[in-house]
Every structure is written in structure tokens, then in C-alpha cells.
Design a protein around this ligand. Structure first.
Ligand SMILES: [Zn+2]
Length: 94
């Protein structure tokens, strides 16, 4: 399984392409705003408001944040900013 960002800035809202596990070669366009606001065109999402594709997109989105935070940690001058951003992210998932 794989996922990739199609548009939008890293860490921001955008569209993610997520490959189907059951049908390799079939990709779903997941619209991702944040952990609470996301949408997938697959049948599972229409029925349950949740599916593997949106979770894959979320995993990728979180990894973008982790990469950004790691970059900030490497720069002591931006430590405070990274700490603030991390707190904001934590609040998004509450
Ligand atoms: Zn889906």
C-alpha cells in the first residue's frame, strides 16, 4: 500500500492519492483538511465515515509534521516555534 500528496503544502490541507489494498492500481483521492475533517470517495467511507485510505493519508500527513519538527529541532533558534507547533498539532487530535 502506498500514499502520496497530490497538492497543497506539506503539513497543510490537500489531496492525497491512496492505493487500494484489495485492487492494486486503483487509487482513491482523499481530501484531507485535518484529522477530523477528511473525505474519501470509496464505498467504505460513505458507509462508515472512515476507511483505510483516510487513515493512510493521515499517517502521511503526520509524517510531514514529524519531518518539519525534526528540521526545526536541528535549528536551536527555532526550538520555541517547533514546541508551539507541536502543541497546536496535539490539540488538533484531542
Ligand atoms: Zn476510502
Amino acid at each position: 500500500m502506498s500514499a502520496e500528496r497530490l497538492n497543497g503544502e506539506p503539513c497543510g490541507p490537500g489531496t492525497f492519492a491512496v492505493e487500494s489494498a484489495g485492487q492494486p492500481g486503483v487509487w482513491y483521492g482523499v481530501e484531507f483538511q485535518n484529522a477530523a475533517v477528511r473525505w474519501c470517495p470509496c464505498n467504505g467511507f460513505q458507509q462508515r465515515n472512515d476507511c483505510r485510505h483516510v487513515r493512510e493519508a493521515e499517517t502521511l500527513w503526520r509524517s510531514e509534521h514529524e519531518a518539519m519538527l525534526a528540521a526545526h529541532r536541528a535549528d536551536p533558534g527555532r526550538q520555541a516555534e517547533a514546541t508551539k507547533r507541536l502543541k497546536e498539532i496535539a490539540e488538533m487530535f484531542e
